[in-house]
Design a protein around this ligand. Structure first.
Ligand code: B12
Length: 505
């Protein structure tokens, strides 16, 4: 009887130098119990043929895929379909943010059999116990979505977040037997060998625009500082890493943990980056922030979203963030020499077209003000792309405005929905092409006048030329048709961190 498990990480742009933590943690959950292999679409030139070769041995039954929105769908969807066509007895299991948030379209496709809804550390081995050893009952497995024999969708209850230090060790050596780990330690503006690490799950807040909320519902659990440092030290010793990207949704939730970690890593010469909230980190003392900087914290990604207090409220941003706080925080970060990387969400729905446009203009001016306060601030601009935060006022507003998600799984790989996932061109009825152009043109001019520091190839004369070309436009608010800046960006292959991350060849 074929029983082997194939765990697949579909390709996402510019992720080839990133440790695939999702599939590593999925593997850890069954390591030593069941036979499995990893296939990493980021490092395979022809991943389908690798997958097919495994299944043709007749030993494999389970095709397990981690799926986030956007480019990963371009392999996840057709490969899952083909597996079912070629090997009709196979079973497909999806997990990850897309699978959890868009479970209905995924299961309705007919070629996705089970969805792991949120963490899979218990759900996945329990599902395998059920499917391979006929142990237990499906409905008792938490964090699972599937269709029963009457074609009814069953969503089991959510499991409390587990103590992260108690999770099994990630099978780095096993991954190394498929893909040498050195290949994953890429060059970024942070260092020559950058390690990607995920140290916590969830987020304590319930912002109405955020994809983390439907899955974690205001819960957060992190590994201890000691545990993180133990893993970092292993990679320092064996792979001489000099930088870390923390991939947590919210690395800075516990100040105690961050301060402890900073003390541990203080003298290791490792630069690091993580994501956090302005209102949380604003409660850290200057002393804490200076310690973090000394310990290697170079840049922090922060969801600023907007400086408009009314809209922050509408976003259920929670906490105490306000426009004034964003400005004060940008200044504080300058004083402690940590680069704030602030993301803004433009193009939210409003009562009239004029109001949507007025808010876009207002946000643009606010962003420019932040740049004046702290020119080092990195600005990331997203177009608002709805996520199914059921029950929030914002989600209701977008439904009322006529928005709906695709019902068919394959529609998600049409070019327009792919752009939606990249938060670049949402199919949101309230945004006119004129508004989208305005935002994109401003972004081009901004990236011309202030090129990102994370693209370390844009420096010296290139930076000066870009700045000189963009100055007149930036200073006078002339954002129309910035073709000359676009041409320079194209010529020098300017890289946008919001789409491609920090890794560079
Ligand atoms: C690393 C990362 C990337 C990497 C690629 C990673 C890769 N796989 O190769 C890069 C930078 C390329 C990337 C890109 C994008 N990303 Co991304 N990314 C992440 C990040 C920071 C970490 C993912 C991770 O490793 N988590 C750690 C693992 C252990 O957790 P996990 O994936 O949740 O896995 C657990 C469970 O979900 C479950 N599970 C997951 N998969 C599977 C599979 C099976 C079979 C099973 C059984 C269980 C299971 O079990 C695991 C263990 O408990 C997450 C945020 C986050 N903290 O998770 C965002 C995130 C997933 N990305 C997101 C997005 C939107 C994108 C983009 C599509 C768009 C963008 N503008 O950012 C782009 C695509 C760009 C492109 N050109 O490809 C969003 C998804 C939001 C949504 N709407 O659903 C997230 C949640 C960020 C956010 N807060 O908004 N991303």
């Amino acid at each position: 009887m074929p029983q082997k498990i194939l765990i697949f990480n579909p390709r996402s742009a510019n992720a080839k130098h990133r440790i695939p933590n999702s599939i590593l943690q999925v593997g850890a959950a069954i390591h030593g119990t069941y036979d499995y292999v990893f296939v990493d679409g980021n490092l395979e030139s022809a991943p389908w043929s690798t997958i097919e070769t495994y299944f043709k041995t007749g030993d494999f039954k389970f095709f397990c895929v981690t799926v986030m929105p956007g480019p990963q769908l371009k392999q996840a969807i057709p490969f899952s379909k083909k597996i079912k066509e070629e090997f009709p007895n196979s079973i497909t299991i999806w997990g990850g943010y897309f699978a959890s948030n868009q479970y209905a379209a995924s299961l309705n496709s007919g070629y996705v059999d089970y969805i792991i809804n949120g963490p899979g550390d218990n759900a996945f081995p329990e599902l395998m116990n059920y499917l391979i050893q006929k142990k237990g009952q499906l409905e008792d497995i938490k964090n699972l979505i599937y269709k029963d024999s009457n074609n009814h969708t069953i969503q089991t209850s959510k499991e409390a977040l587990l103590e992260q230090d108690s999770l099994p060790a990630l099978p780095y050596d096993f991954l190394n037997s498929f893909y040498p780990l050195q290949n994953y330690l890429g060059k970024t503006f942070l260092g020559k060998r950058t390690f990607s690490y995920h140290s916590s799950f969830g987020c304590p807040f319930t912002c109405s625009f955020c994809a983390v909320v439907p899955i974690y519902n205001a819960r957060w659990k992190g590994k201890s500082a000691e545990k993180i440092y133990e893993d970092v030290s292993y990679f320092k010793k064996h792979y001489n890493i000099d930088a870390i990207e923390f991939h947590d949704n919210n690395f800075f939730t516990s100040k105690k943990r961050v301060v402890e970690f900073s003390k541990l890593i203080l003298n290791d010469g490792i630069s690091w980056w993580g994501e956090g909230r302005i209102d949380t980190i604003n409660q850290y003392s200057d002393e804490d922030l200076r310690l973090m900087r000394k310990a290697g914290c170079k840049m922090i990604f922060l969801g600023a979203e907007t400086g408009n207090d009314e809209i922050l409220k509408q976003m259920d941003k929670g906490g105490k963030q306000s426009g004034q706080m964003i400005k004060d925080f940008a200044k504080r970060m300058k004083e402690v020499d940590i680069i704030p990387e602030m993301s803004f969400v433009l193009g939210l729905p409003a009562d009239s077209e004029a109001q949507v446009m007025a808010q876009i203009d207002w946000d643009i001016e606010f962003i420019k003000e932040i740049k004046t306060i702290n020119p080092d601030t990195e600005i990331i601009i997203y177009l608002y792309s709805p996520v199914p935060t059921e029950g929030s006022k914002l989600y209701q507003k977008i439904l009322d405005a006529g928005f709906s998600f695709p019902q068919q799984l394959e529609d998600w790989i049409s070019p327009s929905w792919e752009n939606f996932d990249l938060r670049k061109n949402p199919l949101t009825p309230w945004l006119t092409p004129k508004m989208v152009d305005k935002i994109k043109n401003f972004e081009t001019v901004l990236n011309g006048y202030y090129p990102t520091v994370s693209d370390f190839k844009i420096k010296g004369y290139k930076k000066s030329v870009l700045k000189a070309f963009s100055a007149l436009r930036y200073k006078n608010g002339l954002y129309h048709y910035p073709y000359e800046i676009k041409a320079l960006h194209k010529l020098w292959k300017y890289r946008q961190p919001e789409i491609e991350g920090f890794y560079q060849e």
